[in-house]
Ligand binder design. Structure first.
Ligand SMILES: [Ca+2]
Length: 251
């Protein structure tokens, strides 16, 4: 996000430079207030951060990832723990070699979490706080029966009812934890019928079960609160992922 802002600011200044250069006779009419307003409006267009991956760790903490950074969020206090964001590295996530970020992360509910990156995945032991030996492994028909995708899982979320949802592009799969395979009839398309109130038909970035009957779904700089029991997005969403909606989040 920092790089993204930097890029936007670069183009903003490039745009202003071009404006002054190409309109020498009228450029003086452009007051500094106008310039600063323009810069602010362009710099703030996005309104928020991106979340690449997110998971509820089951101990009142959730982890949110953005590129090579992650933050730990206190669910009850509803704010980011102090000292974050941190870098994803061998000290903070022992046994996870992906220091430039992860695609998706999901708490399996049995003391293990799964992290996905490109064509691989890692089983992470929550109590030992390190990756299990023998990982990463490849995403395959053997390791993830019924999942046809070998690369690039966008998001994964534990629904809390023995099912995990996996997302890739405009499709999703319901995975049965006990049977350890995808349910028949999947993948399905993300649509207004299958995910009422979710407007993102081309895919999502991340999803996390908050443990209170709600799931947060992230896409770009916005998020949705999804109600599990009514099986639809709550009214008033999407909202921006920013310091008001996610206190203390600064990546
Ligand atoms: Ca993702």
């Amino acid at each position: 996000m920092k790089r993204y802002c930097g890029t936007r600011l670069f183009f903003t200044f490039a745009f202003l430079f071009t404006l002054f250069t190409l309109t020498p006779n009228t450029s003086h009419a452009l007051k500094m207030d106008d310039v600063s307003n323009l810069i602010n409006s362009l710099a703030d267009t996005s309104g928020g951060f991106n979340v690449d991956a997110a998971s509820n760790w089951g101990n009142n903490k959730a982890y949110l990832f953005n590129g090579d950074l992650y933050s730990r969020f206190n669910i009850r206090a509803d704010r980011t723990d102090s000292g974050y964001p941190k870098y994803l590295d061998q000290n903070t996530w022992p046994g996870v070699p992906w220091t430039d970020g992860v695609d998706a992360i999901v708490n399996w509910g049995n003391g293990k979490a799964y992290l996905f990156k490109d064509n691989q995945y890692i089983r992470y032991d929550i109590r030992a706080d390190r990756a299990d030996p023998g990982y990463p492994k490849y995403i395959s028909q053997n390791t993830w029966p019924g999942v046809p995708w070998r690369y690039g899982i966008d998001a994964a979320v534990n629904w809390g009812n023995g099912k995990v949802y996996l997302f890739k592009g405009n499709q999703y799969i319901r995975y049965d934890i006990r049977a350890d395979r995808a349910d028949p009839g999947y993948p399905k398309y993300i649509s207004q019928n299958t995910w009422p109130g979710v407007p993102w038909r081309n895919g999502i970035d991340a999803a996390v079960n908050w443990g209170n009957g709600k799931v947060y779904i992230f896409k770009g700089d916005q998020y949705i609160r999804y109600d599990i029991r009514s099986d639809r997005a709550d009214p008033g969403y999407p909202k921006y992922i920013d310091q008001n909606s996610w206190p203390g989040l600064s990546f």
